[in-house]
Design a protein around this ligand. Structure first.
Ligand code: 13P
Length: 234
């Protein structure tokens, strides 16, 4: 059983949500499916979900569970709305909102307190990759953005920044090497996702790799047919 995660980012529509959720739930999926949707779509999605292994996730949460933080999203509220998961530390948050490892760690801890499973995103830039720094960058990111209590339930998503939305996917050998490294660092029970230009053409060969417990899919999760195939991976 793999974990297949959709990250719609600030995309999609209510129309697509209805169409896609109906199509994806026509058949039982052998996998865990997590839909990280724009927050305003969560109540609609909650009403449409009926397969037991389909879950909702947020795309970010605040470090506090409540308070005077206009415009932010609380992990507690995501939980109230029916979410079981939340992405934290996505590279777009790190880049556009200047999120540090320490902030990401505090968000992951808030998620755990609220009863959510955080999906902590890490990944190297193209420059770092070209300098051969991939593993040291990832080690630093997990050392500082992963909760202290390794017994907690969380996922780590390896998303090379240069592979996000670019059509450039990491080589299978590189994914394998990075995931073996992360399993060794984090322990076997932490689940690892790969993300970055996963498509209907390459998802199966990525999911077949050892130490890849699932995928985190951006653009292709907005294509109902393509993501529908991923949901059915076996
Ligand atoms: P793409 O699948 O569009 O490359 O996005 C990956 C991503 O950022 C998922 O979180």
């Amino acid at each position: 059983m793999k974990t297949i995660v959709a990250n719609w980012k600030m995309n999609g529509s209510l129309g697509l949500l209805h169409q896609a959720l109906n199509a994806w739930q026509m058949k039982d999926s052998p996998n865990i499916v997590v839909l990280c949707l724009p927050s305003v779509f969560l109540p609609a999605a909650h009403n449409l979900l009926h397969q037991p292994n389909f879950f909702m996730g947020g795309q970010d949460c605040h470090t506090n569970l409540q308070g005077a933080f206009t415009g932010d999203t609380s992990a507690q509220h995501l939980h109230d709305a029916g979410c079981r998961y939340v992405l934290v530390g996505h590279s777009e948050r790190r880049q556009y909102h200047h999120e540090s490892n320490a902030l990401v760690k505090a968000k992951a801890q808030a998620a755990l307190t609220a009863g959510l499973t955080p999906i902590i995103c890490i990944g190297e830039s193209l420059e770092q990759k070209e300098q051969g720094l991939t593993l040291s960058v990832l080690k630093e990111q997990i050392e500082h953005s992963v909760p202290d209590n390794k017994a907690s339930d969380f996922y780590v998503a390896y998303e090379p920044i240069w592979a996000i939305g670019t059509g450039l996917v990491a080589a299978l050998e590189d994914i394998q090497q990075v995931h073996a490294f992360l399993k060794k660092e984090l322990g076997a029970r932490i689940k690892l996702l790969y993300g970055g230009s996963v498509t209907a053409d390459n998802y199966a060969s990525i999911l077949d790799l050892e130490n890849v417990d699932g995928i985190l899919v951006g653009g292709a999760s907005l294509k109902a047919d393509d993501f529908g195939k991923m949901v059915q991976y076996s």
